[in-house]
Design a protein. Structure first.
Length: 401
């Protein structure tokens, strides 16, 4: 039985980047186990944003920046989606002058400011011994930076795109795929009723897993991914062919938000960029729909076909987690505590070839994780390969070897 009478230290936990189902179960897993083992747990609110906003004065109300977590708090949230700690895309090493907290504006006056010293001081002021960031490669890349500065960091991978290197699985991916399949199947009734081609834009900035897995599961006839710029004529020809072979006269395309046309570039909603240099993606589905409508007469006996165009967006990342995104976060949280209890830090907890493990956190910034096009994507048919499944991981294409 764990010794709960002697305080062992303080663990900080935060969530950064986009919200996904499974974050609250991960927070719960860390907290319940940590409290049982004799640790206090502090939840940092709004990710790295809360970490730079803290005012180091015991009399100041910092409740907007952090809270002490209890069993009751995390149990209430643990079965729900999103993150009750909230999130942000703050990057403390690159804070614009307009985003510097009010109490620090006299100290940091440059157009771009590095507030890492403030983060380090705040961690010390909170007496945090270990920090557990939960996030994608952007959030975790700053965790790598802190680890290199001497902070004890144990990281948990989260991202809808499933593109954090070193792990086959990131929290949120399964729910995203599950919702995409469900929504594509629901939208079939509209596509079939109107005998149209349907274009569904899904998440995926640099990696096409969120389009590939649903397509492999039968949710779409074709998929277009960031790893392979698409020939719009081939795309249109295949979709018209699929439609005309279907007794209900419709076909479905899943297209990643980061996909491009051959010779083109990524499509953005605007020029504004976040703290990690990323502009908001969106619009490739609109462009693909327009091109399909324009080119369809060439492959349909001169008759133009109409297109249903739908961006799934936040519909696939809201709501409660599915089974995998309830189980894996629980395991990841406990893996993180196992490392801390053994005095180990600088690690990323992972799922690899169906088994839980951990790897050096430096993997987050040392490589990239994308779809292996030669192995898994048929560039002539714009769909996943359907062969050689023997001894493949459960999610087929998400392993790096």
């Amino acid at each position: 039985m764990a010794n709960i009478n002697k305080k062992k230290g303080v663990i900080g936990i935060l969530t950064g980047g986009g919200d996904v189902p499974g974050l609250n179960p991960a927070i719960r897993a860390v907290t319940i186990r940590a409290l049982r083992e004799g640790y206090d747990v502090i939840g940092i609110r709004r990710g790295w944003g809360g970490m730079i906003d803290i005012v180091r004065d015991k009399k100041f109300d910092n409740s907007n920046n952090f809270q002490y977590l209890t069993k009751d708090v995390v149990n209430r949230a643990g079965r729900t989606g999103g993150t009750f700690l909230h999130t942000s895309r703050t990057r403390p090493s690159h804070v614009a002058k307009s985003q510097v907290p009010e109490h620090l504006q006299d100290t940091y006056k440059e157009d771009m400011n590095n507030l890492t010293d403030e983060v380090m001081k705040n961690l010390e002021w909170l007496n945090i011994d270990y920090l557990i960031p939960i996030g994608g490669d952007d959030t975790l890349s700053y965790g790598v930076h802190l680890y290199q500065q001497g902070i004890k960091v144990v990281a948990i991978p989260k991202t809808m795109d499933n593109d954090v290197p070193g792990t086959d699985y990131c929290i949120g991916f399964s729910t995203c795929v599950t919702r995409t399949i469900s929504m594509a199947n629901n939208l079939r009734t509209a596509a079939g009723s109107h005998e149209r081609i349907m274009v569904l834009e899904v998440f995926g900035r640099y990696a096409g897993f969120t389009a590939m897995l649903p397509a492999m599961a039968g949710a779409a006839n074709r998929c277009v991914i960031p790893e392979h710029p698409v020939d719009v004529n081939l795309m249109t020809e295949l979709l018209v062919e699929d439609r005309n072979e279907n007794p209900s006269k419709y076909s479905i395309l899943l297209i990643s938000e980061g996909a491009t046309f051959r010779g083109g570039e990524m499509v953005f909603e605007g020029a504004e960029k976040d703290a990690y240099g990323h502009a908001k993606l969106g619009g490739i589905g609109d462009m693909a729909s327009a091109k399909i409508k324009e080119l369809s007469p060439q492959y349909n006996d001169g008759k133009r076909l109409n297109v249903i165009n739908q961006k799934l967006g936040y519909l696939v990342r809201c709501g409660d987690p599915d089974a995998i995104d309830s189980i894996v976060p629980m395991a990841y949280g406990n893996l993180a505590l196992d490392l801390i209890l053994n005095g180990i830090d600088g690690r990323l907890v992972i799922l690899k070839n169906g088994r839980y493990d951990d790897v050096p956190i430096s993997v987050v910034t040392s490589t990239k994780k994308v779809v292996d096009v030669k192995k898994f994507y048929n560039t002539e048919r714009l769909r996943p390969f359907y062969h050689s499944f023997e001894m493949k991981p459960m999610l087929i294409m998400t392993s790096e070897g």
